[in-house]
Every structure is written in structure tokens, then in C-alpha cells.
Design a protein around this ligand. Sequence first.
Ligand SMILES: Nc1ncnc2c1ncn2[C@@H]1O[C@H](COP(=O)(O)OP(=O)(O)O)[C@@H](O)[C@H]1O
Ligand SMILES: [Mg+2]
Length: 140
Amino acid sequence: MGEMVKLEYRVSSEDFERAGDASSNTKKVLKKIGIPSDVIRRAAIVTYEAEMNLVIHSMGGEIVVEIFPDRIIVTAKDFGPGIPDVDKAMQEGYSTAPDRIREMGFGAGMGLPNMKKCSDDFSIESEVGVGTEVVMTLYI
Ligand SMILES: Nc1ncnc2c1ncn2[C@@H]1O[C@H](COP(=O)(O)OP(=O)(O)O)[C@@H](O)[C@H]1O
Ligand SMILES: [Mg+2]
């Protein structure tokens, strides 16, 4: 698929101090490369929502952004706890975020639906006790 750029970010559970760093850095790199603004906007949204889900809901994980000449692939993979009912988690407004997190302004339950909406191709696989992997492709 030609030359590519690969960005990798470790995302730690509950690390609200660095939350948003992966998406803002990704946005900066995409701008530098000259990716169209609509694609940058959607890539920033999916990366941010994926990053926040790792911070808020997971035990930590990794975000990988691969930039190909014709597409961007964002992969978020974590070490658990996994999602018991993925169909439910995908519903608008569904959130298990506790009050402590909601008080910080998170937990609207729109992250996964928006990640799907902003992607051209979206897949989520999760296993309780193992982890969750979300793969999002955006065509340039
Ligand atoms: N990486 C993850 N690990 C475990 N659970 C997750 C993960 N991502 C999402 N979830 C579950 O799916 C629900 C919906 O996620 P989302 O749509 O992003 O809404 P929100 O983050 O506002 O709760 C979360 O409340 C959580 O229960
Ligand atoms: Mg979320």
C-alpha cells in the first residue's frame, strides 16, 4: 500500500492528565501531512473517543494510528475488563460510567456510536476478562 506513517500511544487507566494527548498529536501529524480537513476532523473524534474509553473504562491499552496513502486505520486495544454486551454498549446513551466520572463531564454514552458514525469501516471485538479491540478505517 506504499509508504506509511505509524503512530503508537500507550494509554493508562484513569490517567486524566494525559487523556487527549494521543488524539491531539494524531491531529497535528495529519495536518502536517496535508490530509483533508474533514478526514482530520473525523480521525480526531474517533481517536479521542477511543482514548477516553481506554482511560475511563479499561485497565489500559494502546492506540495505533496507521496512515496509508488512501486510508487511516485507528486501532484501540486494551487489557480488559472487556464488554459483556457489545450491542448494548453500542446504543446511544448507554454508559456504565460511575457518578465520579459523570461529574467530570464524561459518560454521555455517545462515544462508541460516534466512533462508528465517523468511520467508513468499524469493528469491535470484546471478550470479558481478556479485553476489547476496536478497529476504525477512514478513507482519505
Ligand atoms: N474499552 C472498553 N472497555 C470496557 N468497556 C468499555 C470500553 N469502551 C466502552 N465500554 C463500555 O461501553 C459503554 C459505552 O461506551 P461509550 O459509547 O463510549 O460511552 P461512555 O464512554 O460515555 O460511557 C461504556 O459505558 C462501557 O460500559
Ligand atoms: Mg466513551
